[in-house]
Design a binder for this molecule. Structure first.
Ligand SMILES: N[C@@H](CCC(=O)N[C@@H](CS)C(=O)NCC(=O)O)C(=O)O
Length: 380
């Protein structure tokens, strides 16, 4: 069933505080920042508070059939998120989020390359989900209560457990063990429409410190402003800081990430339109399939062996017995295509996040059998 829903949403980047150059200033001592941060804030969609712009929502099922008929998955990404979704000079998009777009396309269309990547800023991303402009969003998006319960969106399984940190210069006295209170008086920069901006405002107020918070439309502007000295400190998901440091730290400078324990929980994963249970099942079980294959150590090169003589659960997952996947409208071999064409969770993690120095070991992204949180329900 398809139904259309109309809601009032804030236009992207239309924060009244935004100046012409796309930045806005705020201070933590004014803790008026909307801590929903997500939908309730400036450019972030889903807000019903401060704009007359009307966005038509097309929801309520049928996404799987629509994607199959189109022959391509519209997948929302950043395009500028190092190691998660980064547009390369040749136009290809690489990263963990990009690979999960490919995994969904492999399951639904049998072809991991059947993806149309849609680059979205943080402030644009949720409107694109709500309007159906993207079938799924894979864009460093934190699962929060307000985002999940606002009209139009649901969240899938977490693909990367992140947390917000800060990055400053060693030459300014920051070290990896610096406390957040040490940013008192600093100009702190981040991007608009994120949990990040509201978390840091809230924490500064709690700590009783004063910061000047500058927000920009995209994170390239944030790092540029850090490099040119406009910002003393930048803040976002720790994984992004690691990626930016790896790619952009100038010779002769040392950027340090602190505090050692992140200031927030940022569970990142897929976001899709609500009221489409079949599509939710598809996206969720694509993620779970990569996790289960990882639990069995079945990677992209092992699928045929696993199908012919592997564990019963792997045989079911790969479509060799029981045709479990057909109940959600996929072909029985849908997850065979996912694992053979894209890989299991570890392969996706290591190939994308390994090069910037991120590791699963000892983190929440370790398998549940090693004390981590990466866990999937059984394929039965
Ligand atoms: N996880 C947070 C922050 C998401 C976010 O926008 N992160 C930054 C750093 S990864 C970003 O814009 N990345 C993409 C980019 O650099 O354009 C949220 O969901 O609000």
């Amino acid at each position: 069933m398809l139904f259309a829903l109309v809601l009032v949403a804030a236009a992207c980047g239309s924060d009244a505080d935004d100046s012409a150059d796309g930045t806005s200033d705020d201070t933590s001592s004014d803790s008026s920042g909307d801590d929903s941060g997500d939908s309730g804030d400036s450019g972030d969609s889903g807000d019903s508070g401060d704009s007359d712009d009307e966005v038509e929502l097309t929801q309520g099922g049928g996404t799987l059939a629509a994607v199959q008929a189109r022959g391509s998955l519209n997948c929302g990404v950043s395009g500028a998120a190092v190691a998660f979704s980064f547009t390369q000079p040749d136009g290809s998009v690489t990263g963990l989020d990009a690979d999960y777009c490919r995994a969904v396309a492999a399951a639904v269309l049998g072809d991991a390359d059947a993806v149309t990547f849609v680059a979205l800023t943080a402030a644009e991303r949720f409107t694109a989900v709500q309007t159906g402009d993207v079938d799924v969003l894979m864009r460093n998006s934190t699962w929060t209560q307000s985002r999940d319960t606002d009209v139009g969106m649901d969240f899938g399984p977490t693909t990367y457990y992140d947390g917000q940190q800060l990055m400053g210069r060693a030459s300014d006295g920051f070290t990896g063990s610096s406390a957040v209170a040490e940013i008192d008086g600093a100009t702190v920069c981040t991007n608009a429409g994120t949990t990040t901006e509201t978390n840091i405002s809230e924490l500064a107020a709690v700590l009783g410190i004063n910061i000047t918070l500058n927000t920009f439309e995209d994170f390239n502007q944030v790092t540029d402003a850090f490099i040119d000295g406009t910002c003393n400190v930048i803040t976002t998901d720790g994984s992004a800081l690691v990626g930016r440091k790896a790619e952009q730290q100038p010779d002769g400078e040392e950027w340090v990430i602190f505090p050692p324990t992140p200031i927030s929980k940022e569970p990142l994963g897929p976001v899709y339109g609500q009221n489409d249970s079949q599509w939710a099942d598809v996206v969720n079980w694509v993620v779970y399939a990569t996790v289960i294959a990882d639990e069995y150590g079945v990677g992209s090169g092992d699928v045929d062996a696993a199908l012919s003589g592997g564990a019963p659960e792997m045989i079911r997952l790969l479509g060799g017995e029981g045709e479990l996947q057909t109940a959600m409208g996929l072909s029985a071999d849908a997850f065979y295509n996912v694992i053979s064409q894209v890989g299991n969770y570890s392969e996706i993690f290591e190939s994308n996040l390994g090069p910037v120095g991120l590791s699963r070991e000892g983190s929440a992204n370790a398998p549940w059998t090693e004390g981590g949180l990466i866990y999937a329900p059984p394929a039965r």
